[in-house]
Design a protein around this ligand. Structure first.
Ligand SMILES: C[S@@+](CC[C@H](N)C(=O)[O-])C[C@H]1O[C@@H](n2cnc3c(N)ncnc32)[C@H](O)[C@@H]1O
Length: 347
């Protein structure tokens, strides 16, 4: 049926608040449709070129009619394109869901659509009690859960690498780390941040410090990047100790996992390991003070869901650092989307 002029005029009307609220509350429909495409490897199946729906359904081992419905919904969001005659192709947007590319967002779609999705359903619990929603949903806090569930653990590492891994080159491009000879990545995960710094600065050596079950994966990653000789690894908990001897200590996406008492303990262990001239670099989203939209405000809720953690404003970082033996020197804007580099010296 053709759209009438009256209908066209109506679509230009501002969305009424009630409908706007409905659009907001059903945002999960969109994320779960995207998750389903990732889970079924829809984008991967179309990477070699367009396919007709029956062939695509057979390749993916799914129902043809339901597949067309999923494709229609995702086409309206720009992920796939119907070329006519029942043939479909993946768009540039949809292609980021394909598994086999270094900047793939498939791990994030899977983690967000599975373990994290169940956790977000428990946000009321987190707001009521201050406890993590993840713990309520899964009966274990995130890092214990990841240790016990190797597949989700590897998925989480890939999420970190694909979301924050792309961040590392932009960070290294935004700040000159060449003055630092020994750089320790505390809670470094695979070590993609320190690896990037060491790769760009021939005179620097690095170390990744993380929990024992993570450090094996860091070792493998550094070997893969050909950096084993210049990047050491050490297993341990930053609540017990942090290795000494660094000129620079990195805490990327670590402090936001914790509330102030625990975050303070981590900072104190770093402080105890640092010589008076060493510098501390925290990489996090910094929440703006005003009422405007900022993804950091949703990320803050996500941290509450995942581990009862939090994002912080610059003033909150200043206070946290000051209470734990540091002086905040600067909040550097970076070329990496959404994150700042907070530089602190020993007070
Ligand atoms: C959100 S991830 C960030 C990883 C990495 N810094 C990055 O930016 O990709 C938090 C890291 O903290 C580590 N972690 C959690 N508890 C820890 C502890 N007690 N001691 C050392 N590392 C810990 C986790 O294993 C994980 O690698």
């Amino acid at each position: 049926m053709n759209t009438t002029i009256t209908e066209k005029a109506q679509t230009k009307k501002p969305i009424q608040p009630r409908f706007e609220l409905m659009r907001l509350m059903t945002g999960n429909w969109i994320s779960q449709a995207v998750y389903t495409a990732a889970k079924l490897k829809l984008s991967d199946a179309l990477l070699d070129g367009p396919l007709e729906a029956p062939a695509l359904a057979e390749k993916l081992n799914v129902q043809e009619i339901e597949l067309r419905r999923l494709l229609r919904a995702l086409e309206s969001l720009g992920l796939f394109r119907n070329l006519g005659e029942d043939r479909f192709e993946v768009t540039e947007l949809g292609s980021f869901l394909a598994e086999d590319r270094p900047d793939s967002l498939r791990p994030l779609a899977l983690f967000n659509g599975e373990a994290l999705y169940a956790a977000w359903a428990q946000l009321p619990h987190a707001v009521t009690t201050g406890e993590s929603a993840f713990g309520r949903a899964h009966g274990a806090e995130i890092f214990e859960y990841l240790e016990a569930h190797a597949e989700t653990g590897a998925q989480f590492d890939s999420v970190m690498a694909s979301t924050h891994g792309a961040e590392a080159p932009a960070l290294v491009d935004s700040y000159d780390f060449s003055a630092f000879k020994t750089i320790i990545d505390v809670g470094g995960g695979k070590g993609s941040f320190v690896a990037e710094i060491v790769e760009k600065n021939a005179g620097s050596k690095g170390m990744v410090y993380d929990l024992p079950h993570v450090i094996d994966r860091a070792r493998a990653y550094l070997e893969e990047r050909g950096l084993s000789a210049r990047c050491d690894t050490q297993a341990g908990s930053f609540f017990d100790r942090v290795p000494e001897g660094g000129d620079a200590y990195l805490l990327r996406h670590v402090i936001h996992d914790w509330r102030d008492p625990e975050a303070g303990k981590i900072l104190q262990k770093c402080r105890a390991a640092m010589n008076p001239k060493a510098r501390l670099f925290i990489v996090e989203a910094v929440i703006p003070e005003g009422p405007e939209w900022s993804s950091s405000k949703m990320l803050d809720l996500n941290m509450l869901v995942i581990c009862a953690g939090q994002e912080r404003t610059a003033a909150e970082f200043n206070t946290l650092l000051a209470h734990n033996g540091f002086k905040m020197e600067a909040v550097h804007e970076t070329k990496a989307p959404r994150v700042s580099l907070i530089e602190a010296s020993v007070a």
